[in-house]
Design a binder for this molecule. Structure first.
Ligand code: 4NP
Length: 154
């Protein structure tokens, strides 16, 4: 199984989801069986580390995002991954445009898939510290549900 998280910049939300899912899969003993990556619809932060506020908020909860670097999502990702999860509705719209007709990957909105209180992970980039904590709260809850789903699929 291969899972790709996608947001706008690939420096806040989707790297957080990648780090949280990697950690939870490792705890569940599934790290070897499921590949996890993240990407952005935009290209502004290609090759860059995750936002320092994102890395610090993640570190406070035990997730190390220091090795992650930004990349832009590409059409071939819809062949290389099984599940592509958008962080918000705008990302989902952009991904629907990019998705080749013959693509094998399933495309979905991350929080909506697991019936969380919000459909979108709010973009924390222009906000304060609370936004980064909220991103983690939502992503941790959705990743718990995702791990359960993955356990049933592999
Ligand atoms: P992300 O947050 O999509 O969660 O990585 C953003 C990061 C950068 C920008 C926007 C959102 N930006 O405009 O540079």
């Amino acid at each position: 199984m291969r899972v790709l998280f996608v947001c706008l910049g690939n420096i806040c939300r989707s790297p957080t989801a990648e780090g949280v899912l990697r950690h939870k899969l490792s705890v569940a003993g599934l790290a070897e069986r499921i590949e996890v990556d993240s990407a952005g619809t935009g290209d502004w932060h290609v090759g860059k580390a995750a936002d320092v506020r994102t890395r610090q908020a993640a570190q406070q909860r035990g997730y190390d995002l220091s090795a992650l670097r930004g990349r832009q999502v590409k059409a071939e990702d819809f062949h290389a991954f099984d599940l592509v999860l958008a962080m918000d509705s705008s990302n989902l719209h952009d991904l629907q445009q990019l998705r080749p007709d013959d693509a094998s990957a399933e495309l979905d909105l991350f929080l909506r898939r697991y019936h969380l209180a919000l459909d979108d992970v709010p973009d924390p980039y222009y906000g304060g510290e609370a936004g980064f904590a909220q991103v983690l709260d939502l992503i941790e809850q959705a990743c718990d549900a995702l791990v359960l789903e993955l356990k049933g699929r592999i």
